[in-house]
Design a protein around this ligand. Structure first.
Ligand code: F6P
Length: 332
């Protein structure tokens, strides 16, 4: 294998750049060259590729986002599109491909591998919803960002004895809401994996306010519903139509996805980038780098794609023991 392609696809994640850097450095160490595919899978169709050398790597280790840019490529959703991408990769002289992204991006990677293109995926998505790996690139930075933002919001919550309803990302996953509820000391976590009980949440918030005259934080994963919808539902659940306490909404949005990658994400990017190249050179394909019991390893994409990642039971127990309210204790 002489030429390795690398692309980033789907939502960007802090740590993608350190991973790209590791791919290029490792490949160069193994006498291979790396072509960066610009703008995700779209770059394959458009022939938008550029050689990545040491100069392209200057000052990227501490940058969030992805220097290669990213897209959600519709053409990769059809078998004809994947066939075309497969042929195009050969035309572009790419012998093996590293794909960084989330579930959709790695589904595309598996399809390319099934058509004979050597591909290794790297999980990169702040949602941490990919089955088979304890962590994906970007999760640590995003959770640190959210935690720090919640800390700031709490200053106002304390000062005004308010309740804040904070909507965080996580299309199908409550990981961000759950773990930051623990680390930022929130009162309630509403996540798509568990059924919530609005009456219980409301009476808990009211009781807390009446008894302790305290502030409260509710962490809501966007995968459940929007904060405004949740607020409407909360209001409906209050018999008199009003809360004792003032409630404010904060939707954190895309500030969660940007920013300087943390040490953990840089290390994860470095470990995954290096392993992906070493895997390709050892004829591994159709697989993904994964963190399992703290070790970087390769796992077959067939064991990943289409599987639902549930929150780790010890995380749920931890949240419960620390009195983070879920509403009902029913896992969906
Ligand atoms: O998959 C990562 C993610 O940040 C989700 O949490 C979120 O729902 C989605 O991407 C937002 O995507 P976009 O930036 O395309 O609006």
């Amino acid at each position: 294998m002489k030429t390795i392609g690398v692309l980033t696809s789907g939502g960007d994640a802090p740590g993608m750049n350190p991973a790209i850097r590791a791919v290029v450095r490792t490949a160069s160490q193994q006498n291979c060259r790396v072509m960066g595919v610009v703008n995700g899978y779209d770059g394959i169709f458009d022939g938008n590729i550029e050689e990545l050398g040491h100069r392209s790597l200057a000052s990227i280790i501490d940058r969030g986002g992805t220097i290669l840019q990213s897209s959600r490529c519709k053409r990769m959703y059809t078998p004809e599109g994947v066939d075309a991408a497969r042929s195009r990769l050969t035309e572009l002289g790419i012998h093996g491909l590293v794909v960084l992204g989330g579930d959709g991006s790695l589904t595309g990677a598996r399809e390319l591998a099934r058509r004979g293109m050597p591909v290794v995926g790297i999980p990169a998505s702040i949602d941490n919803d990919l089955y088979g790996t304890e962590m994906a690139i970007g999760v640590d930075t995003a959770t640190n960002t959210i935690m720090q933002l919640v800390d700031r919001i709490r200053d106002t919550a304390r000062s005004h004895r308010r309740c804040f309803l904070i909507e965080v990302m996580g299309r199908n996953s409550g990981y961000l809401a759950l773990t930051t509820a623990i680390s930022a000391g929130a009162t309630v976590a509403v996540i798509p994996e568990f059924r919530y009980n609005m009456e219980k949440i409301v009476s808990m918030l009211n009781h807390r306010y009446q008894e302790a005259r305290d502030n409260s934080i509710v962490m809501l994963a966007e995968g459940v519903c929007s904060a405004s919808t949740f607020m409407e539902r909360m209001q409906k659940a209050v018999p008199e139509g009003e809360f004792d306490q003032e409630i404010r909404i904060t939707v954190l949005g895309h500030v969660q996805r940007g920013g300087i990658p943390t040490h953990f994400d840089r290390m994860l990017g470095a470990r995954f980038g290096e392993l992906a190249v070493m895997g390709l050179l050892q004829q591994e394909t159709g697989c993904m780098t994964a963190l399992a019991k703290g070790r970087a390893t390769l796992i077959d994409l067939d064991q990943v794609i289409g599987k639902k990642k549930h929150p780790a039971p010890e995380l749920i127990r931890l949240a419960r023991n620390l009195k983070v309210e879920f509403g009902d204790a029913v896992e969906l």
